[in-house]
Write a protein that binds this ligand. Structure first.
Ligand SMILES: [Zn+2]
Length: 543
């Protein structure tokens, strides 16, 4: 057994609502031994190695309840075309051309994160053809809901001007009816070299890649997450491709972080046939809620609002299911014992989802903890229903920074009620913060900063009456995120008996302006009592 460690010397947030702040914590690889005053903890763990955090802050290991773990690893290894690195179509073409120059002809070039709301116009396949015709090119939209491909990729997949739009998606065409190469939501599966057929259950970004490469991606992203202070992440859209990669990474000792997988709803019947429903698994790798999609992307302009958005009402939104289909699908998942997590942005989609949950729960009541992923624009009535139904919202306030200026432009006054966290907390809804990486930054301190500030990239306020305090944001990224994963008995707070997942930041977070929280990484991250990241810079030997 390892020698216990005792952390002291800075603010210590426990995420235990009975005693949110303490002076010290002692732990070993079996779990947390004591939390409290220095005197109490020293008495409980007299032979612990004492580590003075020198004014830094100790928090429970942060939990990201909605993060595209493997996709983040892939994006870290791919061409980064996110704003502000790429600000125009010219920048986009230059990035692809540069990659083409060092990539063997005939192979696929992948880029992540384009955001054409910030360009002069929407890019087309002809723009990409200008960068290379020797490679198939696919460029993911920052939302993950759309992809832009070049002509060679369309040809490779046999998609032509005569190919009809699939349900839940659109192949965008010009006035002459020619494909522009932009494929929205459910149409992604038609043009990508997909590894898994998911039907119209969501956007398909599960492309072919060798397993060894996927394991590299998992390890790469997992290491980055630990450095940011995360100790648990939940992949919010998992097919056989992702689950195989996580299992393989674990077997090889290359899964650096606790991982929860949310299977996508196209697998519902397969899981039901063998009697599996989440949550199931252990503290390292487990199956969580089942993921369903209700509507499209807020950033990408396909979220379903009751009143279309955009300056000319051009964003009508798209639904993956009508209300009857959603009721049937969600009802079946609930009936088989699943917790569900439903992607839902606009109020039109929200109405359909809440009706479906209401119906399912009425038929067979239980502690379901159903989750609303993103929950972009619930009405005040929807917020009341969330509280009554006991559903959890899993929110990404970093969007307000990254795309808030477009939201204000497209939604006008309505933008201020996007992600209404204050209203939800006041109504008694369990509110969880997460990143949606790689749609937004995986760093929890970026997310927390945006929840406290609600300011756009250009500096405008967006719903400033909905801001959270540091303490509220920390609860939402620790213990309440653990609750959304049915893991609060072991993770999420610093309490005796729980697993010792702990992050230490250099700064006194209670005195750091919210603007300056963005970008912070952890000095040390302990997972299960082991220092997995960083170093013990100022440790005093035990007496
Ligand atoms: Zn997501």
């Amino acid at each position: 057994m390892s020698r216990p460690v005792l952390l002291h010397g800075g603010p210590l947030f426990t995420a235990d609502r009975r005693r949110p702040w303490a002076e010290a914590v002692a732990f070993d690889t079996n779990g947390i031994l004591a939390v409290g005053t220095m005197q109490e903890v020293a008495a409980a763990a007299p032979n612990a190695e004492r580590v003075d955090v020198a004014g830094g802050t100790v928090v429970p290991g942060l939990i990201d309840a909605h993060n595209h773990f493997l996709a983040t690893g892939e994006s870290l290894a791919s061409i980064d075309v996110r704003f502000p690195r790429v600000r125009s179509i010219g920048d986009l073409i230059a990035s692809i051309a540069e990659a083409a120059a060092r990539t063997p002809a005939g192979s696929v070039i992948r880029a992540f994160g384009f955001d054409h709301a910030k360009y002069e116009r929407t890019p087309t396949r002809w723009d990409l053809d200008g960068a290379t015709s020797d490679h198939a090119v696919l460029v993911y939209h920052v939302s993950g809901h759309h992809v832009l491909v070049n002509t060679r990729m369309l040809e490779r997949r046999g998609v032509t001007d005569d190919t009809p739009d699939p349900s839940g998606g659109e192949l965008v065409r010009d006035e002459a009816g020619r494909l522009t190469g932009l494929c929205l939501d459910g149409a992604m599966g038609l043009v990508l070299p997909v590894a898994v057929d998911i039907g119209n259950h969501g956007p398909n970004f599960h492309t072919e890649a060798p397993l060894a490469e996927l394991v590299d991606d998992v390890e790469r992203a997992g290491r980055a997450f630990l450095a940011a202070g995360l100790t648990t992440v939940c992949d919010a859209q998992v097919t056989s491709r992702e689950l195989t990669a996580y299992r393989e990474a674990r077997a090889a000792g290359r899964l650096p972080i606790r991982t929860v997988a949310m299977p996508l709803s196209h697998q519902l019947d397969a899981y039901a046939s063998v009697g599996i429903a989440g949550p199931l698994g252990d503290d390292i790798l487990r199956i969580g809620a089942m993921k369903l999609y209700a509507d499209g992307s807020l950033i990408g302009g396909t979220a379903a609002f009751s009143e279309p958005y955009g300056a000319a009402g051009e964003f009508e939104g798209s639904l993956y299911w009508d209300d009857e289909d959603m009721r049937a699908l969600l009802g079946r998942a609930h009936g088989h014992g699943w917790q569900v997590g439903v992607h839902v942005q606009g109020d039109r989609a929200m109405q359909i989802v809440l009706d479906a949950i209401d119906d399912a729960v009425r038929r067979s009541p239980r502690e379901h903890r159903h989750r609303l992923e993103h929950a972009g624009f619930p009405t005040p009535e929807h917020v009341r229903r969330m509280a009554d139904l006991g559903v959890i919202t899993v929110n990404q306030p970093r969007y307000l920074h990254d795309s808030g200026d477009e939201f204000l432009e497209r939604l006008g006054e309505r933008a201020h009620r996007l992600i209404p966290l204050r209203e939800e907390l006041d109504a008694g809804v369990l509110v969880v913060l997460s990143s949606d990486s790689d749609v937004a930054s995986y760093r929890p301190m970026d997310t927390i900063s945006s929840a406290m500030l609600r300011r756009t990239r250009a500096g405008a306020f967006i719903g400033s009456d909905q801001v959270l305090t540091l303490e509220e944001a920390l609860y939402a990224h620790t213990i309440d995120a653990a609750r959304a994963l049915f893991l609060e008995d072991r993770l999420g707070s610093l309490e005796p008996g729980k697993l010792a997942d702990i992050a230490v930041f250099d700064q006194d977070l209670t005195r750091t302006p919210a603007e300056e929280l963005a970008g912070l990484e952890a000095r040390m991250t302990f997972l299960g009592g082991r220092l997995e990241q960083g170093s013990v810079r100022s440790g005093l030997p035990a007496g």
